[in-house]
Ligand binder design. Structure first.
Ligand code: CMP
Length: 140
């Protein structure tokens, strides 16, 4: 089915100047960018976005990393977009990520792992609305 998912190019990948290379992978694999913005998240914004991880031991480090520089936030649309984006990203830990995935090619560590992608259709809707009002998402 046609789906939308939330994607974030994290501060490490923005700093490495590979936003375009990552967008190119989305486009070559049938995912369309239907909303996008660059943003330097506040601590509150990052904590709110990752609220589901609040009790995890890595929460503080994750938030601090996510506010260490600007990120690119986008909504991707396509057939099976949630799973397709997760396949393109590869495993959370770049050490486990399959060859040719975004994390295998651009990520340095489990924290600085280049990209975020929604893990379910339900979370995708929540995450998209966290960053984009419906009027800023362009069906195409
Ligand atoms: P992301 O998809 O953005 O969602 C939560 C992030 O927490 C994850 O990517 C990782 O970058 C980070 N993280 C750090 N340590 C862990 C861990 N042990 N398990 C899962 N995620 C972790």
């Amino acid at each position: 089915a046609l789906e939308r998912t939330l994607s974030i190019v994290k501060p490490d990948a923005v700093a490495k100047n590979v936003v375009g290379e990552i967008y190119s992978r989305f486009e070559k694999n049938g995912l369309k960018v239907v909303a996008a913005k660059m943003k330097h998240l506040s601590k509150q914004e990052a904590e709110g976005f990752y609220a589901v991880h609040r009790e995890r031991p890595f929460f503080g480090a994750l938030v601090n990393f996510m506010i260490s520089g600007p990120v690119m936030i986008q909504v991707l649309e396509g057939e099976g977009a949630v799973l397709k984006n997760r396949d393109l990203m590869g495993a959370t830990n770049p050490k486990d990520a399959a060859a040719g995935t975004i994390r295998a090619d651009f990520a340095d560590s489990i924290d600085a792992n280049a990209v975020h992608g929604s893990d379910s259709l339900e979370n995708a809707a929540i995450e998209i609305s966290y960053f984009f009002p419906a009027t800023d998402v362009y069906a195409r």
